[in-house]
Ligand binder design. Structure first.
Ligand code: SAH
Length: 368
């Protein structure tokens, strides 16, 4: 955005860096430090109304109110699970919707955020990709999810962790994702350290290397889901033309550059990728690597034929990996009663709304 345009036109707070906002402040005759004050109000004090930012001069508050949109998305659904997980469906300016989730566990307050509307990676078991990719989210739209989720917490609690595991493929929108996360790392932003931020990728080798070269010690999770290319081509369409070998090499590069152990996610689909042979093949791929395997029993999606394996089968898979000395965990389901698997709420709302003849929005849940 050019300065002249910024002085007179409206802008969205979450799209700007501190330096860009400082430039705008100078352009309207205010000292640059007003930018830090403004961000402090929005990110730390969770105040979204400039009128209430009471250490800013009144005319400046008024100008901010006229020119600056602090949140461009709004909550259209708010679901609360029995286990304390909360899910928001946000409507963006163009009417499209994305999901984000707040999970509670011990002292952790973890936000799960989306990076795209829909997804183009073609994982056959995933609700987010059923309708393909609609568009990338902007840095502001990514960041705003955190501001909405943070407001669900009492003031004495803060977001402690972020998992970029919502809708979309973060590495297919890397520039905007990193711009948003750099604001999260900033003390004037949310002040959450890179080690407490996990990016989950389908495995795009070039982008994984680019991410490694940025030098932030983010945790990287690679969604492997199959131990050989024949099976992975069937389960993860984006695998065709990439292949597991190139992905593992890029993950090794990530480890070398950042020193961060890579996690491998593996959705267990009963009868498809959960056989003891698959466990042995997976162990062979990972045993010489500094790796951690996160098994995710399939979260059922109503329109899809896949199911989680029986508990005994999951145990056997775990034991097989452990025998080879591989660190392995089984992900606990959170928010099962509120469609917490990414993309499910959006699908359900889209389906129910396209059935309504009057076009009115269906009932809201919770405080949304
Ligand atoms: N595009 C990124 C982020 C996707 S969501 C990626 O592929 O990693 C995060 C994780 O949830 C991925 O491992 C994804 O494969 C998994 N997932 C998607 N649908 C699921 C379902 N129905 N049950 C269990 N895990 C699922």
């Amino acid at each position: 955005m050019k300065l002249a345009a910024r002085e007179t036109s409206t802008f969205r707070l979450c799209d700007l860096s501190v330096d860009e906002l400082a430039e705008w402040c100078r352009g309207v005759g205010q000292p640059a430090y007003r930018a830090r004050q403004g961000f402090h109000w929005g990110f730390q004090k969770r105040v979204m109304d400039p009128e209430r930012m009471d250490d800013l001069p009144k005319p400046f508050r008024q100008l901010l109110g006229e020119r600056c949109e602090i949140l461009s998305s709004h909550v259209v659904r708010h679901l609360v699970s029995q286990d304390g997980t909360e899910k928001l469906l946000l409507e963006l300016r163009d009417g499209r919707t994305v999901e984000c989730v707040l999970m509670r566990g011990g002292r952790r307050r973890t936000a799960c955020i989306s990076t795209q509307v829909g997804c183009g990676m073609g994982c056959v078991f995933c609700a987010s990709g059923l309708k393909g990719l609609e568009r990338n989210l902007s840095r502001g739209e990514i960041l705003e999810q955190l501001l909405h989720l943070q407001r669900l917490l009492p003031h004495e609690e803060k977001l402690t962790n972020i998992v970029v595991m919502g809708m979309g493929e973060p590495l297919a929108n890397l520039g905007e994702v990193i711009a948003a996360l750099e604001r999260v790392l900033d003390e004037q932003g949310l002040g959450i350290g890179a080690r407490r931020i996990t990016l989950s990728t389908v495995g795009l080798p070039e982008k994984m290397r680019q991410l490694a070269d940025l030098g932030h010690p983010f945790t990287l999770a690679v969604s492997l889901h199959a131990p050989n290319d024949r099976l992975r081509d069937r389960l993860v369409r984006a695998n065709t033309g990439i292949g597991i070998r190139a992905i593992l090499e890029a993950a090794d590069y990530y480890f070398e550059r950042t020193g961060r152990r890579v996690s491998y996610e593996y959705v267990l689909l009963g009868g498809l990728n959960d056989h003891p042979t698959h466990a042995r093949q997976l162990a062979a791929l990972l045993e010489d690597r500094c790796a951690h395997v996160n098994l995710i029993p399939m979260n059922p999606v109503p329109s899809l034929p896949f199911r989680a394996p029986k508990a005994a089968r999951v145990r056997r898979f775990v034991e097989s990996l452990e025998r080879k000395g591989i660190a392995v965990t089984v992900r606990k389901r959170k928010g099962a009663d509120i469609d917490a698997a990414c993309g499910q709420l959006r699908l359900r709302v889209d389906a129910s709304e396209s059935c309504r003849e009057d076009g009115a929005r269906s009932e809201r849940s919770g405080t949304g």
